[in-house]
Design a protein around this ligand. Structure first.
Ligand code: TNX
Length: 524
């Protein structure tokens, strides 16, 4: 009996070890290693007879650079027994590949796991020897997001597509695109050409840089590119604060001027402002067919003093019986949310907007102020679905190593890949992170200190891999040593792709990429 138990324990242990050698990130819920292997001959292409998923299989071929005439079938079955959206089973037993999933998200996730298996597989000649596996997998969170700020600095189509490709490789499925802010409006709106012509001028480091923005044609192309990779794109039009670029283009909608924050806000007391924004939203509806818009709502306080001298705001306050500006701010957000709901149905906002009492059924709250846990609790109590993206550890503009100089810190704290890996259980109490209101996690890359692709990559890799684990893997399965071992293989993938990444195991390998002379720490 004792001996039997020993053999059993040993085989479970070996299975776990071999399964780690598959180098899957994020790590699946359950992996069983089989005794068989699956040989894929040189010159073979993956194919499926299930016509709905042909494009997903073509994606796999293109990612692996496969060309040829031979066929390796993937049997794709849709089965509602599989546990929820995005879940899948993948088997490579007895010379057959089968993916069983509840929906297209699950099929795509299964294909990505197969893609990673192929990348890690032994190559024989130019063919592949895949291990026999039976994988049962499902995501911890439905929303696994990444946000890029392209207002402070603009990176362009190629950089965004590269990010989307890696997001797909890591089963991240929401791209939050911060397209407007004080430093630049980056989205063509046909009815208001000055938004990009004037509002697109400048960036965080050079206020005179020539206008950079996405045309509507480019936006459509990127949204379709993302959809092929099972990624929804959520554009953010930040308002009523962070609106300086728009106000420079159309000053008639500005909330006014105040020291250091001239024209930071839209004018909430003017009816025309709502017409202006609603016309912009109408164009967004065509560009972003998934229909979710992020309306910002953050840091209005920075420029709200301007409303003291604004006659339209004064009139609004008297009419509504408001006693402070925050009520006017909430009024603005409710009206904008109503317009979005009428047009698109789905709204997102930063956590300041919890105070505005927007409709609970159509609004997702993005909690970012880790120093305000009471706001997260309030959002839960009010019943909002919530995305967790607190500055600590989910802001990728924070430094990731004690030796790094450029980027933010908060009371000396910064965001290592392991901090991200252990989110949210290391940062929040169980009653909070186990609340059913929490629908996902997201990392945000603000780009005040990021002007080049090189630094963009440096801040993203390898933290994107840790983000993938935070969004996918159950707390009980996490293990630093095993994650590190898998990550080492992925650093090799970055190297092959020519990415300038940070190597946590050898910090001197690539020197910190610095674009702008570092500033001392500020906590705000
Ligand atoms: C706060 S997060 C901001 C951004 C900055 C970021 C820098 C949020 C909703 N607002 O405008 O870029 O900090 O870390």
């Amino acid at each position: 009996m004792k001996r039997y138990l020993l053999v059993l324990a040993l085989s479970v242990f070996c299975n776990a070890l071999n399964a780690q050698n598959l180098n899957l990130i994020p790590y699946p819920q359950q992996v069983t290693m089989l005794k068989t292997t699956l040989r894929i001959k040189p010159g073979s292409l993956f194919y499926t007879s299930n016509s709905r998923y042909k494009n997903d299989v073509l994606y796999l071929n293109s990612q692996l650079g496969l060309t040829g005439k031979g066929r390796q079938e993937i049997k794709i079955l849709i089965n509602t027994d599989v546990d929820g959206s995005g879940a899948y089973r993948l088997s490579t037993a007895s010379n057959k590949i089968t993916i069983t999933a509840a929906d297209r998200a699950g099929v795509f996730n299964g294909i990505i796991t197969l893609l990673q298996l192929c990348r890690a597989a032994n190559a024989e000649g130019t063919g592949l020897v895949l291990p026999g596996v039976a994988i049962t997998d499902k995501p911890r969170y439905q929303w696994r997001g990444f946000m890029l700020d392209e207002s402070r600095h603009f990176f362009g189509v190629a950089a965004v597509k590269n990010i989307l490709n890696w997001m797909a490789f890591y089963k991240l499925n929401r791209f939050h695109w911060h397209l407007t802010d004080a430093q630049g409006w980056r989205l063509e709106i046909k009815k208001y050409p000055l938004l990009t012509k004037v509002g697109g001028v400048g960036n965080f480091t050079d206020s005179a840089a020539s206008a950079l923005y996405y045309t509507q044609k480019e936006i459509k192309d990127i949204v379709a590119y993302a959809k092929r990779r099972n990624i929804e794109v959520i554009p953010e039009i930040d308002m009523p604060g962070h609106a300086t670029a728009a106000n420079h283009a159309y000053p008639q909608y500005s909330g006014g001027k105040v020291k250091n924050y001239d024209d930071f806000t839209f004018n909430p007391g003017k009816e025309d402002t709502y017409q202006f924004i609603s016309n912009i939203l109408k164009e967004l509806k065509v560009l972003f067919p998934d229909g979710r818009i992020h309306i910002g709502g953050d840091e209005v306080a920075l420029g709200i003093k301007a409303w003291d001298n604004n006659p339209d705001v004064k009139r609004l306050m008297t009419e509504k019986g408001y006693t402070d500006h925050q009520q006017a701010e909430a009024y603005f957000l409710r009206r904008i949310a109503d317009s979005v709901i009428k047009l698109h149905d789905k709204v997102m906002c930063w956590d300041e907007a919890v105070a505005a009492n927007l409709p609970v059924n159509n609004v997702i709250v993005n909690w970012w102020r880790q120093n305000k846990p009471e706001v997260l609790k309030e959002a839960i109590t009010k019943g909002y679905p919530i995305i967790l993206s607190p500055r600590l550890p989910m802001y990728f503009d924070f430094v990731q190593d004690s030796i790094h100089l450029s980027g933010r810190k908060w009371d000396g704290r910064y965001n290592t890949y392991l901090d991200i890996y252990h989110f949210p259980e290391n940062d929040l109490t169980a009653d909070v992170y186990q609340s059913k209101n929490i629908i996902g996690v997201q990392a945000n890359l603000w780009t005040e200190t990021v002007a080049t692709r090189k630094r963009l990559d440096y801040l993203l890799f390898p933290r994107m891999a840790a983000l993938a684990e935070a969004g996918w893997v159950q707390q009980a399965t996490k293990n630093d040593d095993l994650f590190k071992a898998r990550l080492k293989t992925h650093l090799g993938y970055y190297k092959d792709a020519g990415i300038y990444y940070y190597d946590p195991f050898n910090p001197d390998l690539h020197k910190e990429a610095i674009d702008i002379a570092p500033k001392p720490e500020v906590t705000d």
